[in-house]
Ligand binder design. Sequence first.
Ligand code: NAD
Length: 484
Amino acid sequence: MKNNNEDLNVISKTREWKLLYYEQGKPGLEDGIYKGLCKHCDITNTCLRPRHGGGVWHCKDFISTKKRGVYDVVTRQFNKAAELMRLDSNIQKILATTNNEIVVHFPVKMDDGRIEVFTGYRVQHSNVLGPYKGGLRFHPSVNLDEVRALAAWMTWKGAVVNIPFGGAKGGINIDPSLYSSTELERITRRFTYALGSNIGPEYDIPAPDVNTNAQIMAWILDTYQSTVPPNDRQRTLHVVTGKPVESGGSQGRDKATGQGIVFNIEEWAKDHNFNLKGATYIVQGFGNVGSWAARLLKRRGAKLIAVEDINGVIFSPDGIDPNDLYYYTKSDHGSILGYPKAKKIDHETFLSTKADIFIPAALENQITKENADLLKVKLIAEGANGPIDPESDNILAAKNIDIIPDILCNAGGVIVSYFEWLQNKRSEFWELNEIDRKLHKIIKFAYNTVMEKSRKLKCDMRTAAYVVALSRLEAVYKERGIFP
Ligand code: NAD
């Protein structure tokens, strides 16, 4: 095991306790400071926490040093576009900051009667185009910096695809795999209660993100509705999107982000005269976004050859069936590791895999200047938010690797969330083919608008997407002015 002292990282109280427990008896741990393990050590460790009967913890979970600068990443991307388009300096000042930042600490009773105190966040970046909108993430890396960045990306995303939503994001600093389902339900409900009127169907609308899903949205909805007067309950169904279909969710929301990625890839393929049939692709992250993107791209005749998740990487030059892999992960295995029809490889080998398309669909800052040079693909379709840092953008451009940027590429999720929100408001149920058709139309238009802008300004697609988004925001500010 490599001990990498560059990864020094101050961690939260809850995580500190867990890590102390986990690392007990091992040297190198100071109060409040975790001397991190190497990101690539590829070692899986056993949780010593007795009431969990020993879960599996991967050291990658506990390294967030590289994520500390995520807001810095979004700021640099924003400033680059603002400079190129000569964004009004007053509007630049407004958009460079978030509107509201809510931090809540709340106690929850555990199954064994103990109380744990959790920290949750909701950052509202901008609501100039419509109500705040953005996911909730349950992950040990969640902190204010990360949530700020994710909230800002939501503002740009809504603006680039031209839907009437602003940007927000939230989450709880927690490793959900360490809690039972009943504990997670109480944590979710207590967090919702702590947020109170900081969320609302016409004000701020959460949705699923990393480690949250339709079930968690159903608990949020139920808690929120239980706290409003009976007469108002049916009018608040749209307080969250990404709900189960039976509880007011939309057809197609589950696959929407993956579907949007594939629609974007199809536009890129058309634009580059590239045949997707027989094309090879690799995917990082096999959760909601990665698994859907992988499955839908296979339907276009492309071949998945490597997949990475939090536990490791699998590879097969003959192709991995993403549907079969999905059912494997959904059975008792819970991860891609051990999948019998592929072999295990390491993280560097995964990044170095020669393929046509790479879909990062895990977390931010995965491609940095330390590893960008390893990539041997033609296109990166960003499923995750912020998977590539600004230095790597330059390295990848020099290698002629195209990037469909996150704010465009993964916007399918928020677009279908918008459809869900509309259906709830109107008490309507749209069919899947109608949703797919409408999603396709929006993505196709947004992709081509960004591509045109990129050609006109002779800039990369990320900067062009920012210019499209910022121009819309600037126009609205100019028309409406600043109160008072
Ligand atoms: P998820 O929790 O369903 O899946 C996350 C996946 O990433 C899991 O397979 C996990 O094992 C893997 N992973 C986590 N850390 C990793 C690491 N260090 N290395 C490799 N794999 C790792 O989450 P999701 O909803 O699929 O979200 C994935 C990304 O897509 C996030 O960046 C999220 O913000 C973004 N996104 C999600 C949506 C959505 O609708 N869910 C919409 C837009 C963007």
